[in-house]
Design a binder for this molecule. Structure first.
Ligand code: ZN
Length: 369
């Protein structure tokens, strides 16, 4: 008789998840079994999943029924015979980024470029993703999940599981900052600074030593909360009041910004991204991690003449996840700004569907199975 656990499973797109009893998975040689303590959820998850087929036909969902849950953190319960360096009792965040280890990009160490790149507990980026789901069918919305040892971020004693369950969105912003080369002395503009991604960008830009952080947003009250994190270094701008370029020229004394992280939310006007692009200095870099969709008319000649780079960035590596955990351990980044809203697994549908009055990126919604 195998041990049983509770899992939230989706049987049909658009239908509520069902809480079911299924066997606790067996741990395979290179994997660990994690007892999930907290799993972060995207506020808009229900809506996104309902419309998945029409919005993102190029990104396949796992075969149903499936256990979703992108951002799990917990404690290692058991380890496989080939696991080195982790043991039962270790506190970990499970990076959901799965890769094959065998394609040319993986073998070159570029695992984010894996031809089978897949988000465990969410969706795949490739037609080959189902092969990965066959091996890793457990997202974080259950009591126990398996994970490969390459996916584990060791979380420090001063980091709560609820904070660790935020590492996915923080990591997306962190990798964008690293891709943009943000460090001591940098001036960076974060387009959409008060949202879930943007606030993470602000926190890690502070930690990485950025000299000036410019942030845009729509909600003036939230913008002031972000500014209050570091009033001398953070400058905020309410969208629509005056041209973004005029404001950024004023803050940078006409120099322009070194980097732009675009973290605009779903439905944002593409012109807002182009406005941010116009704030870059010669040789600057825009990294897009936001949700601007569809065609964006970019003046490529302008980019060439001004030696400007425009690049996309997807998620983050487990090594970058560990860097973030280490920055938190050292007290260099402050993750105490989040307001945690925790729900039991049984309330997963309410948690996913009913989150509308959140305080921008400051709110952090987690399921604690
Ligand atoms: Zn690969």
């Amino acid at each position: 008789m195998s041990k049983m656990m509770r899992a939230a499973r989706m049987h049909e797109v658009g239908k509520p998840m069902e809480i079911e009893r299924i066997p606790v998975p067996e741990v395979r040689p290179g994997d660990v079994l994690v007892k999930v303590k907290a799993c972060g959820i995207v506020p808009n998850l229900g809506n996104v999943l309902s419309n998945w087929g029409t919005w993102f036909p190029h990104l396949p969902l796992p075969k149903l029924p499936a256990i979703f849950g992108l951002d799990p953190a917990g404690v290692i319960e058991a380890v496989g015979s080939q696991v080195i360096g982790f043991k039962p009792g270790d506190r970990v965040y499970v990076n959901p980024a799965r890769y094959c280890g065998a394609c040319r990009n993986c073998r070159a160490g570029e695992t984010t470029a894996c031809a089978s790149y897949t988000f465990n507990g969410y969706f795949g980026f490739s037609r080959r993703s189902q092969r990965i789901y066959d091996d890793y069918p457990y997202g974080g919305l259950c009591e126990y999940m398996t994970a490969p040892q390459y996916s584990l971020v060791r979380i420090p004693g001063n980091m709560r599981f609820e904070q660790a369950a935020r590492l996915g969105y923080l990591g997306t912003a962190y990798r964008a900052l690293r891709t943009a080369g943000v460090g001591p002395g940098s001036t960076v503009l974060i387009n959409g600074i008060s949202g879930t991604l943007g606030l993470g960008g602000a926190l890690f830009a502070l930690a990485l030593g950025a000299r000036r952080i410019l942030g845009t947003g729509r909600n003036v009250e939230l913008l002031q909360r972000v500014k209050a994190l570091a009033p001398d270094r953070i400058h905020v701008h309410a969208l629509g009041k005056r041209p973004m370029r005029d404001w950024s020229d004023e803050v940078t004394e006409g120099e322009g910004v070194d980097a732009v992280i675009d973290a605009l939310g779903p439905g944002a006007d593409p012109r807002t991204l182009l406005d941010a692009l116009s704030t870059l200095r010669r040789g600057g870099k825009l990294v897009n991690v936001g949700a601007v969709a569809g065609e964006v008319p970019v003046n490529l000649h302008y980019l060439m003449d001004n030696d400007i780079t425009l690049v996309g960035s997807a998620w983050f590596t487990t090594a970058q996840g560990q860097e973030m955990a280490d920055l938190a351990e050292a007290g260099v980044v402050d993750l105490s700004v989040f307001e945690h809203h925790s729900f039991p697994l049984e309330k997963v549908n309410e948690a996913i569907g009913g989150i509308e009055h959140r305080s921008g990126g400051f709110s952090n919604f987690v399921i604690c199975p």
